[in-house]
Design a protein around this ligand. Sequence first.
Ligand code: PNS
Length: 175
Amino acid sequence: MKGVIAIYPGSFDPPTNGHLDLIERGSNIFAKLIVAVLRNPEKDSPLFTVEERKQMLTALTRPWKNVVIDSFEGLLVDYARRLGAHALLRGIRAISDYEYELQMALMNRKLEPQLETVFMLPAEKYSYLSSRLIKDVFQLGGSVRGLVPPLVEQKLHRKVNGGRPGLVRKTGESL
Ligand code: PNS
């Protein structure tokens, strides 16, 4: 899409392989893709700070030259207006996402009719993934290998286990 600037907004706490899959798809069709981390002081205690999430996303998206990492607060449509963005990118994993996404897209359209919301589907193998599940599974000692990039796995170890390698399962796999 020639000259189209899109914003991919979200919490990214932490970024998953599903997010990266969507970023890659977005970077292939938009001229510029701004991945924007929501700064939300009211949101219930995130695991990673906004700066940590931005650092991870910056490192992870280095291969895509038209991807920029940023953060925003307040209304998404105001942020989009300030940046001169034309579109919002959101992922839909399953029908269960659709209602919430539809509501947000229609509210954003009401607030800013010029701004289009574009939905993309992540790869099926990531369709059950969410940052919330990753945190739950990891904090309870489960393996998240293959579901988040190795960098995020490392950061999870550091954050949750204080840098220690974590529990070792019977299979010998280090968690
Ligand atoms: O990854 P998430 O938590 O599902 O992302 C939700 C996000 C950041 C897209 C949404 O909460 C948002 O846009 N917040 C900014 C405030 C806003 O504009 N709210 C009205 C949206 S209809």
